[in-house]
Design a protein around this ligand. Structure first.
Ligand SMILES: Nc1nc(=O)c2c([nH]1)NC[C@@H]1CN(c3ccc(C(=O)N[C@@H](CCC(=O)O)C(=O)O)cc3)CN21
Ligand SMILES: CC(C)C(=O)C(=O)O
Ligand SMILES: [Mg+2]
Length: 289
């Protein structure tokens, strides 16, 4: 599928929304996971700052740096041919001066090869969104539960549950759209609200924990495959117990080493018996001399 497919662009996504065809997005953080995501047919790979939690072992996305994002985005880009790769701007970056945010986004595109960037927030980042869009940088928005604000929110909790906050999210989505984002992630909002925003926006809205009525869905790679964590947010569906399969494989390897079952003869290279004899003979000669 991925071999023959044309490159996914902003135009592809706009067409998918127009044709009411769901957009499939998944995170990836390195070369093998990117190859798997592309081969599976993902439209968009997100190099999420969730890399900090599922790969680097932090307990939030806050410690993730631009250098981390560059490092992982480069690996993902090397693993893809025609999938759109979007990289998260890390904590605080969206709020820096327009020069600094431009430089950060520019590095993710020029140095790492990202197609575009995603930034968390609404009105407070609007002028930076406009600056990036004016520079030809595809910007994906991110509203609802914005994990970079977890300390301020006070936890990973669903957003937009009452009239005031729901109304606010609709307004923010419209403002971001006007500022020039090409797509919007909505995280952890009630599905009726996500459906309404998807309907009111002409750009594709991609949900995570936002229900059935978005234009697309995104999940974290390690959640879909249950790698590294027993616990998952309740919106996650585990499609394969890859973490269990990995553990079993490594356990069996270690057991076989301990029991001298691995390696077998075929797992090594060999000398001719004549050469072996000569070498042993040579050693004996040394010992006798
Ligand atoms: N592995 C992983 N998956 C993710 O989806 C993810 C990350 N990490 N890290 C960055 C953010 C953080 N996310 C999270 C983390 C926790 C919840 C969570 O605990 N949600 C509760 C619902 C809270 C409520 O009731 O309001 C849940 O039970 O799902 C949600 C999103 C989403 N992102
Ligand atoms: C969960 C998605 C939307 C994200 O921002 C990430 O993986 O960092
Ligand atoms: Mg993120």
């Amino acid at each position: 599928m991925s071999e023959s497919r044309k490159k996914v662009t902003t135009r592809t996504l706009a067409r998918l929304k127009q044709e009411n065809e769901p957009i499939a997005m998944i995170t990836a953080y390195d070369y093998p996971s990117a190859k798997i995501a592309e081969q599976a047919g993902a439209d968009i790979i997100l190099v999420g700052d969730s890399v900090g939690m599922v790969v680097l072992g932090y307990d939030s996305t806050i410690p993730v740096t631009l250098d981390d994002m560059l490092h992982h985005t480069k690996a993902v880009v090397r693993g893809t041919k025609n999938t759109m790769v979007v990289a998260d701007l890390p904590f605080m970056t969206a709020h820096l001066s327009s020069d600094e945010v431009l430089r950060a986004a520019g590095r993710l595109m020029q140095e790492a090869g990202a197609y575009g960037v995603k930034m968390e927030g609404g009105s407070e980042i609007l002028s930076n969104v406009k600056t990036l869009a004016a520079a030809g940088i595809p910007v994906m928005g991110h509203l609802g539960l914005t994990p970079q604000s977890v300390n301020q929110i006070g936890g990973y909790v669903i957003q937009g549950k009452d009239q005031k906050t729901a109304r606010h999210l609709i307004d923010e989505a419209k403002r971001l759209e006007e500022a020039g984002i090409f797509s919007l992630v909505l995280e952890c909002v009630p599905e009726e609200l996500a459906g309404l925003i998807s309907e009111k926006c002409s750009i594709p809205v991609i949900g995570i924990g936002a229900g059935r009525f978005c234009d697309g869905q995104v999940l974290v790679f390690h959640d879909v495959l249950s790698i590294g964590n027993d616990w998952h947010p309740s919106f996650v569906k585990v499609y394969q117990e890859a973490g269990k399969a990995m553990l079993q494989g490594i356990e069996t390897y270690i057991k076989e080493v301990k029991q001298r079952v691995f390696p077998e003869q075929r797992h090594a290279s060999h000398l001719s018996s004549e050469l072996v004899e000569q070498l042993y003979g040579g050693l004996e000669g040394e010992q006798n001399g």
